[in-house]
Design a protein around this ligand. Structure first.
Ligand code: SF4
Ligand code: FES
Length: 231
């Protein structure tokens, strides 16, 4: 079920998302931007991604992160009028320093709950944790790997016990504006493909293949999504 995101950009040393103080995300070097819809099963849990509208490729863009622009997804300056507080409060430690570890017979799952974007790809078929516990069954193992690859926030990562290597799809740089029609909500910006993200004060967060950035302005774990868009 894992969807390969089409139209990803090139990995380049110039790709970057720069967070501005109490203002937008400045996206540098023409990273493809598109809508990404969560496709759900009868329980409302995520089972696949559907790519929607693709935006014209532009060299540098400013994406709203206060949630109030009238020209979304782009910034229109409203953050100044509303006195947006975009203070970055996320823990800057590397993912693995924060992760809980779940051991299974062939796989290991790591989990940092604070960055969950509530897209529910980890819920079907007993859930990724249980599937990892049953990873000596090839079907359960395959599903655990697929669900983890679909987790947009990078809360979940999965590892091969035999080699200790992370199992991670190759993703080209792209930005997905998450839409969650089942919850009637717009979600975060899904950043794929190891795009560096630099804080307003010049710190480069750990570079990861999948992360979700808040774009409603309400996260308590800025710049990352904490699912507050569903509140
Ligand atoms: S962001 Fe990842 S861990 Fe959170 S609900 Fe979605 S799939 Fe599960
Ligand atoms: S960040 Fe500028 S309008 Fe939202």
């Amino acid at each position: 079920m894992h969807t390969k995101i089409e139209g990803g950009g090139n990995i380049s040393k110039d790709n970057k998302i720069k967070i501005t103080k109490d203002g937008p995300y400045i996206v540098k070097n023409a990273i493809p931007l598109m809508k990404m819809k969560i496709v759900v099963n009868s329980e409302g849990d995520g089972i696949d991604w559907k790519i929607g509208k693709k935006y014209p490729l532009q060299k540098n863009i400013a994406l709203c992160r206060c949630g109030e622009s009238r020209n979304k997804p782009y910034c229109d300056g409203t953050h100044e009028k509303i006195d947006f507080d975009g203070t970055e409060t996320a823990d800057k430690s590397p993912y693995l320093d924060l992760a809980l570890v779940y051991d299974g017979p062939t796989l290991k799952l790591t989990d940092v709950e604070e960055i969950c974007a509530a897209s529910r790809f980890c819920a079907p078929e007993g859930g990724t944790w249980e599937l990892t516990e049953r990873s000596d069954d090839p079907k359960a193992r395959k599903l655990a790997i697929q669900q983890t690859a679909n987790c947009p926030s990078g809360r979940l990562a999965i590892w091969e016990n035999e080699t200790g290597e992370e199992i991670e799809p190759e993703l080209k740089p792209s930005l997905g504006l998450v839409e969650d029609p089942h919850k009637n909500a717009s979600g975060p910006i899904c950043v794929r493909g190891k795009v560096p993200i630099e804080s307003a004060d010049g710190f480069t967060y750990e570079i990861r293949n999948r992360v979700t950035l808040c774009r409603c302005g309400k996260s308590s774990n800025k710049p990352f999504c904490d699912a507050s868009h569903l509140d």
